[in-house]
Design a protein around this ligand. Structure first.
Ligand code: FES
Length: 511
């Protein structure tokens, strides 16, 4: 029987290192301020500090515990979308994607070796496959295989002996990689922290001013820098790229199996309308199988526990599950034209962004750190024009851009027509959240298990859409550009910077 309630904690947090860093407590002057202590931010800091720059990393929570610590730890050059990049853009762009991403995976391996990072890094194959002869995705797999071969990747259309599924079509690309992403980032941070690379945790950035110098205002002081890198998954603040990305939430389970784990590998199984990403992971705590997906557009599904359940049902249909050990969710930003945005925006000279990584921030984030290092040292990156946030690709972007912005407008209009009254607050049951229209505006109300009502403004502080309830993770999620807030209105994920306005707390609800 499926589990009824899911507790959200990523498997990697069980292996989180104990090293912590202080909060910023005074004003500081550096060459580069890096906002965000995930793989993009820490690798950027490493590249810059190694080349002699004085760097400050400003992390709102703890190093690696955000998006990086919620990933699957898979590293791969193919994307499952190479053939689409070729048709949306051209073959040169498709080859640039494969080549630049291969370089990023190699770079991670070099860093692992340089610092002797104990993160289980290993080379494994990447498999993208279907299991039904009449699967509607068979053509897609065939096209991706051809694209991977065309791009020079070591690809074949044959499943190896001992493959855990009966395969219909497969793209099998050798020499990709897996690791524990949290151990990698935390150990890299520990290795580079020092005089030339200051790391600050629990330091929330409140505002960034572009200029010469730039000024980063935080909750505890300001940092003056020649350049600022927004390595925050989605760049905090307001940018055109926010209107060009579709934001998805995806769901992961790590389980113990009754039998053996499948052989090492990255398994991408196209089944019905979903793609399930499966990987084995062995540690001193035991052997786990990780499965991720059942993704949906953020804020479009309220009963997100059902998404966890779908992943569980997939697992039980294909493997003998002994125990569900960890469950968690992660967010991804799908760019309109299929390529990430790495570089400066239209309106800023010295502030860099790195976003639009879809479900693949580890490889793209590492590539971004290399490219931003090149830009700051005046070196010409061969990839800069492909991933420039200022690129203009109407043919490749139009469909998703129009759809995404129609959705945003629909939410702005439809959600604001919501009508209600104060009685609705009393009807909210423990553990439930609801957006209610009161006379002085829309509020997001959540009742905790003790019966206490937590009421905050339902108006997202980014650009004013109304937040929606997420029952699986007990959060308020914005359907427009993916900001997420706790039940008390604290920002969990940007691009919003400010918390939801508090509207007070209430008493007991229904018996
Ligand atoms: Fe942009 Fe909420 S995230 S309006």
């Amino acid at each position: 029987m499926a589990t009824e309630h899911y507790y959200t904690q990523a498997i990697w947090s069980a292996t989180a290192g104990a090293k912590t860093y202080p909060s910023l407590s005074h004003d500081l002057e550096v060459d580069v301020a890096v906002i965000g202590g995930g793989i993009t931010g820490i690798t950027t800091a490493y590249n810059l500090a190694k080349a002699g720059k004085k760097v400050a990393v400003l992390e709102a929570k703890r190093v690696g515990m955000g998006t990086t610590g919620s990933s699957t730890g898979n590293l791969y050059a193919p994307t499952g979308q190479l053939h689409k990049v070729a048709s949306k853009h051209n073959e040169e762009t498709m080859k640039a994607v494969a080549f630049s991403r291969s370089g990023a995976v190699d770079f991670i391996e070099e860093v692992v070796n340089e610092f002797n990072i104990d993160c289980g890094f290993r080379r494994v194959p990447w498999y993208y496959f279907t299991t039904k002869e009449d699967s509607p995705h068979n053509k897609q797999i065939e096209k991706e295989l051809l694209a991977a071969i065309e791009a020079g990747l070591p690809a074949t259309g044959v499943a190896p002996a001992g493959f855990p599924y009966r395969v219909s079509r497969i793209a099998n690309v050798a020499h990709q990689a897996q690791f524990n992403p949290l151990q990698y980032v935390q150990q890299l941070a520990a290795a580079i922290a020092g005089e030339s690379c200051r790391i600050f945790e629990q330091t929330k950035v409140l505002d960034v001013e572009d200029g010469e110098p730039c000024v980063v205002h935080t909750s505890h002081g300001k940092v003056t820098a020649k350049a600022v890198i927004k390595a925050t998954h989605s760049p905090i603040g307001r940018y055109v790229v926010h209107t060009e990305m579709e934001v998805h939430r995806e769901y992961a389970l790590a389980v113990r199996l009754k039998g053996d784990l499948p052989p090492d590998g990255i398994y991408w199984h196209m089944e019905e309308k979903q793609m399930y990403s499966v990987r084995p992971y062995s540690t001193e705590e035991g052997n786990f199988l990780l499965v991720l997906d059942a993704s949906h557009k953020i804020g479009h599904v309220e009963q997100t526990e059902k998404s966890f359940k779908r992943v569980e049902e997939y697992l039980r249909a294909h493997f003998e599950v002994d125990e569900i050990a960890f469950t968690w969710a992660a967010q991804n930003y799908k760019p309109a034209d299929g390529l990430p945005y790495i570089g400066t925006s239209f309106t800023e000279e010295n502030v860099y962004m790195a976003t639009g990584f879809a479900a693949d921030g580890l490889t793209w984030g590492t590539l971004a750190s290399i490219m931003i290092g090149d830009a700051l040292f005046g070196r010409e990156s061969p990839w800069a024009s492909f991933y420039d946030p200022k690129r203009f690709t109407p043919a490749a972007s139009a469909k998703r851009f129009l759809k995404e912005n129609k959705d945003v407008v629909t939410h702005l209009v439809k959600d604001y027509l919501l009508r209600g009254d104060e009685k609705e607050l009393d009807e909210i049951k423990p553990g439930e959240g609801k957006v209610v229209a009161l006379e002085d505006g829309k509020v997001a109300a959540f009742r905790d298990e003790q019966g206490q009502l937590h009421v905050v403004s339902a108006v997202c502080t980014h650009m004013g859409c109304l937040v929606h309830w997420n029952n699986g993770e007990k959060s308020w999620d914005c359907p427009c550009h993916g900001s997420r807030f706790s039940v008390d209105g604290q920002v969990l994920e940007g691009p919003a910077i400010e918390n939801l306005e508090e509207k007070g707390a209430g008493g007991q609800g229904p018996e």
